[in-house]
Design a protein around this ligand. Structure first.
Ligand SMILES: [Zn+2]
Length: 227
């Protein structure tokens, strides 16, 4: 029996949620993963107070972008408004992940943007990883501050809170969430032992096409904004 599309999307959310938990990017009850439901104004998102080790596809919450739940059972993640804000303003985004990974959150607490330290950062993320203004958790406000910090890029730090990433696929989003934490660790460590050398823009131009063709997910109307 072939599984229908929506069941498959639920399974993809479960798989990604377990992947970020296995990597230590979230603890039980925090963080969230969602996926867009094709061309519909709907998403599937991990439930509130998510228990990653026992998470099953039937616990994933199906929601309309207007905030109404299309599934019975669990309540959606309390950060669902932030996910919806990103889907609505960036139509190419297929998946959104929010974590409280430790080193990235540490940098968000001291409000340190992660400058471009490695070429892969430009290829996958599209540039520096900037800290948002503070936004109250669980509100639309945090969606707006997240979008501002993302600009046309794929990752940002949420001030005194954690990480937000978005991707053209859920595999991309998992990769970005892992990469943000790795870069945060490298930056934190580098600051302990010396002065981190930032890669200058002129060395990055050759990766622009690669980033845009494979990983960029901002709408064409935003193209004029600088990376
Ligand atoms: Zn959070």
């Amino acid at each position: 029996m072939s599984m229908n599309k929506e069941e498959q999307l639920r399974l993809e959310v479960v798989k990604a949620a377990k992947a970020i938990f296995a990597k230590g990017l979230v603890e039980a009850g925090e963080g969230n993963v969602s996926i867009r439901n094709g061309k519909k104004e709907e998403l599937f998102i991990t439930p509130s107070f998510n228990q990653y080790t026992t998470l099953k596809k039937d616990e994933i919450v199906h929601m309309n972008f207007d905030g109404t739940s299309l599934s019975s059972g669990k309540l959606p993640s309390t950060e669902v408004k932030m996910h919806i804000a990103i889907y609505q303003s960036r139509p190419k985004v297929q998946a959104v992940i929010h974590t409280h990974s430790i080193y990235a959150t540490l940098l968000s607490v001291v409000q340190k943007n992660i400058p471009i330290l490695m070429e892969e950062m430009y290829i996958f993320i599209g540039g520096s990883i900037d800290v948002s203004r503070f936004g109250k958790a669980h509100t639309e406000e945090i969606g707006n501050v997240a979008l501002n910090a993302l600009g046309i890029k794929n990752a940002a730090l949420l001030e005194n809170h954690g990480v937000i990433v978005c991707g053209k696929s859920i595999d991309h989003a998992v990769k970005f969430a892992e990469l943000v934490e790795k870069l945060a660790k490298i930056y934190w460590g580098a600051l302990q032992i010396g002065e981190p050398k930032v890669i200058s823009e002129e060395h990055l131009d050759r990766f622009k096409k690669l980033h845009e063709s494979l990983f960029a997910n901002y709408p064409r109307s935003m193209r004029k904004k600088k990376l």
